[in-house]
Design a binder for this molecule. Structure first.
Ligand code: ZN
Length: 270
């Protein structure tokens, strides 16, 4: 194993906003808390280990990440310094940020010739039997939106996320024959008769747009909700109404969902 300290990074202090990482507690600098180690046997992944007593972290990276552009370094450091508590990890902002950082790092690795980590191969048809929720069938919503906005040409599987999940996302996966497919996962909290039609349609439309308008790299930044994305999103007539509804009702829906999950768990124990 060989150590690296990302020496090409700008000095801390004057320009430390550049590292994107929190200067952390007390007067300990980032260098005192994060050690970066290159592991030659590692190819497609990276990991961080934390010493919970001292707060020190060790980021282990493959050789391909030993000297990436500054933006990718920033992402790695931010990723390595993310909070580790279970409470933080359940936060939807946390999940989103983490996913975005990982996507940028992975995009760089792929551009450097490292093939994507092979995901578990599965039969996506199982998702087709799980689209019906308490009030809405995601397949019906997807098909209606596909006809209305995408000439029926968009292809994706769609499923509900866990009952109390707050985030929705779309991902590319590989089936058992090696073919890739799109999979949209919709926040389980939206699986409720209390959710108005315009809200669930707005959410599914948003995720479909991510397939139609994939993220672009602009100056080594991954632009996800770019100008073209936002313009296309405005074609949905209830966009503002959905946003307003979400602002006012999400808290209550999350509470209800949590209660539902708790009850289900208690019932399963009995
Ligand atoms: Zn989005």
């Amino acid at each position: 194993m060989q150590q690296t300290s990302y020496t090409s990074a700008p000095p801390r202090g004057r320009d430390n906003r550049h590292t994107g990482a929190q200067p952390a507690r007390g007067c300990a600098g980032l260098d005192d808390l994060l050690e970066i180690v290159v592991n030659k046997r590692m190819k497609k992944t990276w990991r961080v280990q934390v010493n919970f007593k001292t707060g020190e972290r060790i980021l282990t990276i493959p050789a391909v990440l030993a000297n990436p552009p500054q933006e990718v370094k920033d992402c790695l450091i931010r990723w390595a310094m993310m909070p580790m508590t279970r409470r933080a990890r359940r936060n939807s902002e946390f999940v989103k940020t983490k996913r975005e950082l990982e996507a940028t790092i992975r995009a760089y690795m792929e551009s450097s010739g490292v093939a994507q980590e092979r995901k578990s191969r599965l039969n996506p048809n199982i998702f087709e039997h799980q689209t019906k929720g308490f009030a809405y069938d995601l397949r019906e919503i997807f098909d209606a939106l596909n006809r209305a906005y995408f000439k029926g040409e968009l292809k994706s599987y769609i499923r509900w996320g866990q009952a109390d999940s707050r985030t929705s996302y779309q991902a590319t996966r590989t089936d058992k024959d090696g073919n890739s497919f799109n999979l949209i996962t919709i926040s389980g909290v939206y699986d409720s008769p209390q959710v108005p039609e315009y809200a669930i349609y707005g959410l599914v439309y948003h995720e479909m747009l991510h397939i139609a308008i994939p993220p672009r790299m602009v100056n080594s930044r991954r632009v996800i909700h770019g100008r073209d994305f936002k313009a296309a999103e405005k074609k949905y007539p209830f966009l503002d109404q959905w946003a307003e509804w979400e602002r006012e009702n999400m808290g209550r829906l999350v509470k209800n969902a949590k209660r539902r999950v708790k009850k289900a768990k208690a019932a399963a124990k009995r």
